[in-house]
Design a protein around this ligand. Structure first.
Ligand SMILES: Cc1cc2nc3c(=O)[nH]c(=O)nc-3n(C[C@H](O)[C@H](O)[C@H](O)COP(=O)(O)OP(=O)(O)OC[C@H]3O[C@@H](n4cnc5c(N)ncnc54)[C@H](O)[C@@H]3O)c2cc1C
Length: 413
């Protein structure tokens, strides 16, 4: 008996007990799909409510740039006139995930001068978290930014704990970077744990199913000798092996993927791997941070900066600089590389609290909607590199829905 036949036999038996007809849902193209199985054995006893992925569920498409900095986030300090500026920008595809750890480092540097008051420039996830961490350290904080978090690039992310995503290029980041990254990731993970179970679930966990037609193998990006250029010679990474891949360093605290046996796999495809994943619900998360910031007397000033010299005009003499991708122009940091990304959003389906990945299309169901990402399987981290176009392409999301449809399609009898 092969894996597929074995699973079907088990499900056939189970369906008689639970009434599979009651577990049906719309699939793309208006088809009615059997639920992805009643779930038997192991942890799969909990039934999965099917995700509705018809085109009419699409309520938004967002596009933005990841601020990949070749050497990793800039956390250096420098003086501008009589002002100490501590940088905290360039977090690639990991800004949400590393926000607390990165803020701890930046605020720690600010505290060395014993200020009573500081300014934070920028109110994306990095700036706002930095401001809250500074307040928790006893400082009075004013945020200066041209947008509050809901209007920033941070709000156009997808929102999972992905601390190693496009965070740096291994060679320019240097040998000390992995340990620094690990410290940031561990501090952040601890901080997110304190947000679990809060009203609105700013931080939550869900099961993530990677599905495949063939056995799932971990992908390793070995250097392709046919590609001769690299970041040093061209200003852009030329292949995936140039990226720092660091997730292994924290696998002791972050749940790892488990292959599901035939009797545990609730989907129609023969191979499935389940990972329990932490994710962020943007609206409640932003509200949580804003409430704490204003509740502790924080001030927000809407302001646009045009040069570093303007930082020295602020009344606060310690400034933490968190402008993300905008630092490329504002601070003339040409080592920041744009990495375009986009997400489609289906109407929230909170009863279906899980994620599915198939052929590199991801559906991530959260309180604020079901994020849809259509990534090219062969591109890996290289997808979007060097592309600073922030216009969304709806056709990509529609194509993604069509690609992932078979993963949620009816199981053959
Ligand atoms: C498609 C996609 C999916 C992603 N998914 C994830 C994920 O799952 N997990 C994760 O951890 N990360 C993810 N990211 C990455 C994450 O979104 C970024 O790392 C993060 O948003 C960077 O935050 P930031 O606060 O540095 O920048 P921003 O959000 O860009 O905030 C910058 C702030 O600076 C202000 N500012 C800028 N210029 C000026 C100026 N000149 N004067 C005054 N104010 C200024 C802005 O108004 C804003 O307030 C994703 C990114 C993309 C594109």
């Amino acid at each position: 008996m092969d894996r597929t036949t074995g699973r079907r036999a088990v499900l056939k038996g189970a369906s008689g007990l639970v009434g599979l007809a009651a577990l049906q849902a719309c699939a793309p193209g208006g088809r009615v799909a059997a639920l992805p199985g009643p779930g038997v054995g192991g942890r799969a006893q909990a039934r999965l409510v099917p995700l509705r992925i018809t085109r009419d569920q699409l309520i938004d498409v967002k596009c933005c740039i990841r601020p990949l900095r070749a050497a990793g986030p800039n956390l250096a300090a420098e003086t501008v006139g009589d002002t100490l500026v501590i940088h905290n920008y360039g977090h690639g595809g990991s800004g949400w995930s590393l926000s607390w750890g990165s803020a701890e480092i930046a605020v720690g540097k600010a505290l060395t001068t014993l200020p009573a008051e500081i300014a934070v420039v920028g109110c994306g996830i990095i700036g706002l978290t930095t401001a809250v961490v500074a307040q928790r350290a006893g400082l009075k904080v004013t945020i200066y930014a041209r947008e509050m978090i809901q209007r920033t690039r941070s709000f156009r992310a997808s929102g999972s704990f992905t601390p190693g995503s496009r965070i740096a290029l291994a060679e320019p980041a240097g040998p000390q970077f992995p340990a620094e990254w690990e410290a940031m990731a561990r501090l952040s993970w601890k901080a997110f744990r304190t947000c679990l179970g809060l009203p609105g679930k700013p931080v939550d966990f869900g099961d993530h199913y990677a599905l495949s037609d063939k056995p799932i193998e971990k992908r390793h990006w070995t250097p392709d000798p046919a590609i001769t250029g690299n970041w040093r010679t061209t200003g852009l990474p030329q292949q995936n092996s140039e990226f720092a891949h660091l997730d292994e360093r924290i696998k002791d605290i972050v749940p790892q993927g488990v292959d599901l046996g035939p009797d545990e796999n609730p989907f129609a495809l023969p191979y499935a791997q389940r990972t329990t994943q932490m994710y962020f619900n943007f609206p409640s998360y932003a509200k949580m941070l804003m409430d704490e910031f204003f509740g502790h007397g924080g001030r927000f000033v809407m302001r646009d900066f045009h040069s570093p010299a303007e930082f020295a005009q602020l009344p606060q003499k310690v400034v933490i600089h968190c402008t993300g991708y905008a630092a490329r122009d504002l601070w003339q940091d040409q080592t920041i590389i744009p990495v375009r990304g986009q997400t489609g959003w289906l109407a929230p389906q909170t009863e279906a609290n899980y994620a599915v990945r198939y052929k590199n299309v991801l559906l991530l169901s959260k309180a604020d909607g079901v994020a849809v990402m259509n990534n090219n399987p062969d591109m890996g981290d290289m997808l979007g590199v060097g592309n600073s176009m922030e216009l969304a392409t709806i056709a990509d999301i529609e194509a993604g829905l069509a690609i992932i449809a078979p993963a949620l399609a009816p199981r053959a009898a």
